[in-house]
Design a protein around this ligand. Structure first.
Ligand code: LMR
Length: 338
């Protein structure tokens, strides 16, 4: 505004008519608030579609007031780096997976614990209930505001060396993981060698044999074409992949009240959409991986999945202090109720 008023007093006022200047000032004052939403996945994933839907609705309903621009595919920032960018105001919104918050809010690794949720009711009761509230508060202490949690789905394991039917089949292989200590412990529990790597590097790491395997959802594996460079995938459904939609708390609180309220209403709408559609997108893209015919997809019986449950279970106890035993127990209680 300072710049604009300087403009007004010098030169321009002499050249342009008063009305024109007022129009200019008016335009400058009413310039739409820019919201840059950065993420690392493709637009055709659950998160990619949700981010685009958020942008579309916000740009329609708050036309002239807000301009949301989505940057997919790590165009702006890879993985957890976006959280630094959020804190310095280089972007306004992001939705990293819970694992990417490890150095900020390690308690969010709760969601990375293998086989934690009995079903989707237990998951949503966790997010929407007192556990979710506690975690949002923890984000607040880092000047981040948690706006919503979005689903991707459940992770599967893939590799290039052999078909995995038992936990022992996972031993000795090098796996890419997201930056979460829980995920490191999970692979260590079955004798695997975990390696933290940005999502954007996984395809070439598989192609070049830098890693043997990785874990991710069907949708993330399909949209990044991992099936081209990965011979085996086993449907373990062993861990949840979800996102914390975050903004910079100062930025959000600075927004005009009506704009903030509308954006929050849109976020609720998009969250409801993703809860219904993320699973469908994953199932559709799983079929596309199968149809590509380049990867052997192995399904497990419940008894076979139990062997993985048992092998990964010690990780829950290992992280009671880091995550908080109270949070883990609260999820167990919700599992028992659902
Ligand atoms: C990954 O790094 O594998 C995922 O977190 C990517 C994503 O955002 O779904």
């Amino acid at each position: 505004m300072k710049k604009v008023s300087k403009h007004l007093t010098i030169g321009l006022a002499m050249v342009l008519g008063f009305a024109m200047i007022m129009a200019q000032v008016g335009t400058a004052a009413a310039a739409p608030i820019k919201i840059r939403f950065s993420h690392v996945v493709s637009p055709n994933t659950p998160k990619g579609q949700a981010a685009d839907m958020f942008a579309k609705l916000a740009n329609e309903r708050l036309a002239g007031k807000v301009e949301v621009q989505v940057f997919p595919n790590s165009q702006l920032y890879t993985d957890g780096k976006v959280l630094d960018a959020l804190s310095t105001g280089s972007v306004e919104m992001a939705a990293p997976s819970t694992a990417k918050f490890t150095s900020w809010v390690p308690q969010l690794q709760l969601f990375d614990l293998p086989f934690l949720f009995k079903n989707s009711d237990a998951l949503y009761d966790t997010i929407d209930g007192k556990v979710g509230k506690k975690l949002y508060k923890m984000l607040g202490k880092k000047n981040m505001l948690g706006l919503a949690m979005w689903d991707n789905g459940f992770k599967q394991v893939g590799n290039n060396n052999r078909e995995v039917k038992t936990p022992a089949d996972m031993a000795g292989l090098k796996y890419r993981i997201m930056s979460s200590k829980v995920l490191e412990a999970q692979f260590n529990a079955v004798g695997g060698n975990p390696l933290v790597m940005p999502f954007s590097e996984v395809y070439s790491a598989l192609e070049q044999g830098v890693i043997d395997g990785q874990e991710n959802t069907w949708s993330n594996m399909y949209s990044k074409k991992f099936y081209e460079v990965q011979k085996y995938i086993t449907g373990t459904d062993h861990g949840y992949l979800g996102y914390m939609v975050v903004t910079n708390a100062q930025f959000w609180n600075y927004l005009p009240k009506d704009v903030r309220a509308e954006l929050e209403a849109i976020l609720q709408e998009v969250t409801a959409w993703i809860r219904v559609n993320a699973y469908k997108i994953n199932m559709d893209q799983k079929q596309k991986i199968i149809d590509a015919g380049t990867t052997k997809v192995t399904e497990l019986t419940e008894a076979e999945k139990d062997a993985f449950r048992k092998a990964f279970k010690p990780v829950h106890n290992e992280f009671r202090d880091v995550i908080g035993g109270d949070l883990i127990d609260a999820v167990y209680e919700l599992n028992a109720k659902n």
